[in-house]
Design a protein around this ligand. Structure first.
Ligand code: FES
Length: 209
């Protein structure tokens, strides 16, 4: 991918960030809804894995952390949101509901919730069309997205829609599901983002980046 395209994507992320808090390898949160943060320049520049404290991430809330210059979302899905993901009325509207295309690092996240644990969704928040940052829209049937909207992500650039597993809807400008990057749970409240436990897949890249 051309450097200028990469730089534009980075710029979009930086513009989208609403709150920036310095930190080190460990990022701790006290967030009610959505918050964007940035670790130290050294950590970002190195593309090093980061530890994310999810102990205060309440059901329904989402946080954004940077990894290799991209926004990574960590969403704590509610039981109601998880139920919606399995509804046939939603699944039949999705382009690749079973994640058959290579938009995730490994088979353990090839499932209807596209994650290691159903309640936590960890994904690169970059639209697979032209790289804008979609917005989290958990509201059901809002006026601007219509009565069939089940909650998910909306890209404001050209209108692509994704469900709460980052699965793209049919007939959208975006061709692929959102990329699920390598991560693992160090324990129940600490996520390691950008690395697998066995240190494999460290150079993983999705089809769109
Ligand atoms: S960049 Fe998201 S729809 Fe075009």
């Amino acid at each position: 991918m051309a450097e200028d395209t990469v730089d534009k994507r980075k710029r979009r992320f930086l513009v989208a960030a609403t709150t920036v808090v310095g930190g080190g390898g460990l990022i701790a949160f006290a967030i009610p809804f959505i918050q964007s943060m940035e670790p130290s320049d050294a950590v970002s520049a190195a593309g090093a894995p980061i530890d994310v404290d999810i102990s205060k991430l309440e059901p329904g809330a989402m946080i954004t952390v940077p990894w290799r210059g991209r926004p990574v979302w960590v969403l704590h899905r509610t039981p109601e949101q998880l139920k919606v993901l399995q509804k046939s009325s939603l699944v039949e509207r999705l382009r690749d509901p079973e994640s058959k295309e290579l938009q995730q690092y490994g088979t353990e996240v090839v499932n209807w919730y596209r994650s290691l644990r159903p309640e936590y969704f960890v994904v690169v928040g970059i639209c697979t069309h032209l790289g804008c940052v979609p917005t989290y829209r958990p509201d059901i049937a809002p006026a601007d997205l219509g009565p069939e909207w089940p909650g998910g992500f909306y890209c404001p650039c050209h209108g692509s829609l994704y469900d709460l597993s980052g699965r793209v809807f049919k007939s959208m400008p975006a061709p692929l599901n959102l990329p699920v990057l390598p991560y693992y749970f160090k324990n129940d409240t600490l996520l390691r983002v950008g690395e697998l436990k066995d240190k494999s897949e460290q150079n993983w890249l999705p089809q769109t980046w």
